[in-house]
Write a protein that binds this ligand. Structure first.
Ligand code: 13P
Ligand code: SF4
Length: 322
């Protein structure tokens, strides 16, 4: 069986046949081009199955993507995810060419705060360290002491050895961290437009309708959703939870592609699928991946001054680890 048939066999459960005829030529062309150009494709867990299973060399959560970007030997990194992820990859490995298939793949959290806002917060709370979620621009990272992701937020906050931190920009993630540490958290009002839509009532209803179901949520969800869930963690922690526990029925309270992507490797698990789409993640398509790698367009550039300071924040996060 050819390589491309193998890929289709794998993803046929979640990608309709009619779409495959359109995807297959791109998957073949991208995989060939990757070899010719010594490029690596790093994809976030929210990418569609044809990207996640068809062309990604690594598919992971935002922390793992940053760590992989730091150690890759490839000449070009194509980051299939949103803009802050590509910027983080560039900060982690400044000598590499980092491309993003669509420059407009933003993030509601990243756009909720500017460097100027952080400077204002530092003036208001002098001496209080700033922990910024990796879902921020390089400019915000440059104003921060350290970054974190949802996979290590509590660990990063506690690593500072202080009794108070400014934690931005996700209000709900800040809430989640506050529940899991004694350090006082000063938060910002940013939210993720995907996760803020879930409600605790909706989750409770699904549990009533599906006795025995396991419900796992991303910590960007509102507190009543997390309280109504069995587990909360980063996208990769959610993947691992399903792999290890093999629940009969599961609901992933997060972006829609997650269930499709994991279903393939967990055929015995029944995925209940009320989910929300991230319009930014969905800007990335196979055609755009091909075009950006072929023409080497949409390169991430960060001014030296910001890059130098932002790099310190992400490097501190990388040293703390998961
Ligand atoms: P993870 O770090 O858990 O992959 O999440 C990133 C993200 O943008 C979730 O909305
Ligand atoms: Fe940003 Fe939310 Fe999309 Fe994640 S899911 S990239 S936090 S808008």
């Amino acid at each position: 069986m050819s390589k491309i048939d193998n890929i289709y066999n794998k993803i046929s459960k979640v990608v309709p046949n009619i779409e495959w005829d359109f995807h297959a030529p791109y998957i073949e062309k991208i995989n060939k081009l990757k070899k010719e150009k010594n490029a690596v494709i790093l994809a976030h867990n929210y990418q569609t199955p044809e990207i996640y299973h068809g062309v990604a060399d690594i598919a992971a959560d935002s922390l793992a993507l940053a760590l992989e970007a730091a150690k890759t030997k490839a000449d070009i990194i194509v980051l299939c995810g949103v803009h802050f992820m590509a910027e983080t990859a560039k900060l982690m490995n400044p000598k590499k060419k980092v491309l993003i298939p669509d420059m407009d793949a933003g993030c509601s959290l990243a756009s909720s705060i500017t460097g100027e806002d952080v400077r204002m917060l530092k003036e208001k709370y002098p001496g209080v360290p700033v922990v910024s979620y990796v879902n921020t621009s390089a400019e915000v990272k440059a104003e921060s002491d350290v970054c974190c992701t949802s996979a290590n937020a509590v660990k990063v906050v506690e690593s500072l050895g202080v009794d108070k931190v400014i934690f931005l920009p996700d209000h709900y993630l800040a809430n989640y961290v506050q529940k899991n540490t004694k350090v006082k958290i000063i938060s910002w009002q940013g939210t993720c437009i995907v996760h803020e839509k879930f409600t605790g009532n909706e989750i409770n209803d699904i549990r009533k309708q599906n006795p025995g179901i396991k419900i796992i949520a991303h910590p960007e969800c509102p507190p009543d959703v997390i309280n109504a869930s069995d587990f909360a963690g980063s996208t990769s922690s959610m993947v691992n939870y399903v792999k290890e526990k093999q629940p009969k029925k599961v609901l992933l309270v997060t972006e829609c592609s997650m269930s499709d992507n994991i279903q393939i490797e967990n055929p015995k698990v029944d995925f209940i699928k009320p989910c929300n789409l991230c319009p930014f993640m969905k800007k990335i398509t196979l055609k755009k991946i091909y075009d950006c790698l072929e023409k080497e367009i949409n390169e991430i550039k960060i001014g030296n001054n910001i890059a130098m300071r932002a790099r310190e924040s992400v490097t501190r996060m990388a040293n703390i680890g998961r």
